[in-house]
Write a protein that binds this ligand. Sequence first.
Ligand code: IVH
Length: 681
Amino acid sequence: MAKVSQDITREAQFLRDSLNHHNHRYHVLDDPEIADAEYDALFDRLRSLEQAHPELLSDDSPTQRVGASALSEFSKVTHVLPMLSLDKSTSAQDINDWVKRCAGRLPAGAQVTYTCEPKIDGVAIALTYEDGVLVQAATRGDGQIGENILANVRTIGAIPLTLIGQNFPKKFEVRGEIYISLEDFDAFNVRALEKGAKPLINPRNGAAGSLRQLDSKVTASRPLTMFCYSLGWTEGDWAPVSQMEVLTALEGWGFRINPLVEVVADSEGCMAYIDNLLQQRSSLGYEIDGVVVKVNSLEQQNLLGAVTRKPRWAIAYKYPAEEATTQLLNVEFQVGRTGAITPVARLAPVFVGGVTVTNATLHNMDEISRLGLHVGDRVMIRRAGDVIPQVASVILSQRPGDAYAIELPTQCPSCGSPIHRPDGEVVARCSASRNYCPAQRKESLRHFASRLAFDIDGLGDKIIEQLVVEDLVKDPADLFQLEAEQISGLERMGQKSAENLLNALEKAKQTTFPRFIYSLGIREVGEATALSLAQYFQTLQGLREATKESLECVDDVGPVVADSLFEYFQGEENLAVIARLEACGVQWPSMPAVDVQTLPLAGEVWVLTGTLELLSRNEAKAHLVTLGAKVAGSVSAKTTKVVAGPGAGSKLEKAQQLELVILEESELISVLKEHGVDVSG
Ligand code: IVH
């Protein structure tokens, strides 16, 4: 065979180095320098060189991340250093005791500092590098013997196949946690459901299952990533002195390190970190189950040593679990403001993520079928961040003999009218009008009084409930006709609170046109759409008389929303309520005439992804719409700008691929302020 020319060898090496560099920028630093298409071009060039000259091929080539053939089993690996587990703590007292125990075992007067690190809820892994090349990836197994899942781990972009930088030890082991971010998890499941494939149960389970695949092509299709958190062992003469030095060195060699690691001086410092991270837990974008506190000095770690498979120099502080099992006692069907019927799980009380949960949303009948849920089942409840608890899965093996299937009722539980679920629609609805069905009436009033609508102080759920039950209020206009005696006659309402409520109602009559539209509770019309409608039509008469075609001219309004608006303004009852609201003095200043085309962000399409920390998503959206932008739910070639907060995943990746402008939340706020928006967040 002809010898490969020096030029080609050099080009292949150059391509491998460039691809490794760009891979690191993308997956580890989250800061790519080139577009995906350019990366692909480099990749294709290297692959064609390797195909033409197979002797150029090496295992650590970026083209070799996905293995060619599936394995029949994983080989066993004996850990050079056992993979230990950690002692657990759950209180300040526990941490204090541990700090004291450490001090007691170290020479008198020893200065001790501690690293505090998020405890990532994923799968532990030990990576071995030899001469800078990844040669083994072992699971924890029983701590002594694990399995070599190298072929799968090589598919993970955040894990370097070859190290960057210099001075890494000749041979060493790095440990860390492989996980799936929450946004990637959601996006993966949305796609899986669309394709009719099985969704992942939860991020940790998804990560573990993905790593256990014998065919690495399957693993490659899963959105895995990794944070490295310690050194296993080293061969060579590198002698770091602290955990922090280790992490900094690892970062320099291309590993992904959690940015939230901090060094603290004492147990108060540990607790401040622990409390602070708990506050941030729901906005991290990945799941953590606590904090790992480690003695920072490696010499002191050595002196402290380990007992029965647990190091004395580290401790895990466990946050309350966000998952727990309980029994599904019943499913009730709630009726929303537009008549939508939502099944709600009533659960045997269970402590999850720091609160006692007794209810969980089930969304709709399709979700019940997807879960295969029966009343009486033992279920896994999840509460990620601040979101409403969800039923994650059914524990089929524990289904009691008397468990029974859940059926959509045929009659509205509130008014007894028939329930309809049109073919092809996910949502079932009460067929009665909202003025007839008490549940719809209550929900409409609640919506009408809510903060973004009429914002009526003192008109809470309990009072609305009584006003409806006593038949004092049938629709929002009736609220403004209430008399002091009627209100003070209600339970827990004295004369003073009746007066306050009347004053609040009087004050609420002065509103704005967008708020008024939003308050009507028209199906599919949220506050951003209400704002677009108000800007476009300027007057109530204009909106009331709009045709479907003219409605569709408004940003944010497609055929479904246009239909819903059109139908609403055809309803005699609806028009009568609006007329009475106007008659009793509800009013708003005329909308400033704006030509939407002249607004500063006219023509721009924005996408918000990841967690926003300073503004709520709705606020951000409403501000952008006010400035003339459209806010879309997914990234496409039409998108102009993407705001990416922590935890942004596939939308951000797509935006990077398309080379869109990507902003942080603080930059969004600057843009808003620049255009005169009063951002209080
Ligand atoms: S240090 C001696 N640091 O938590 C044990 N572990 O029981 C050294 N984990 O399964 C572990 N985040 O995989 C350490 N920042 C972190 C961690 C972490 C998650 C996992 C680890 C192990 C378990 C410890």
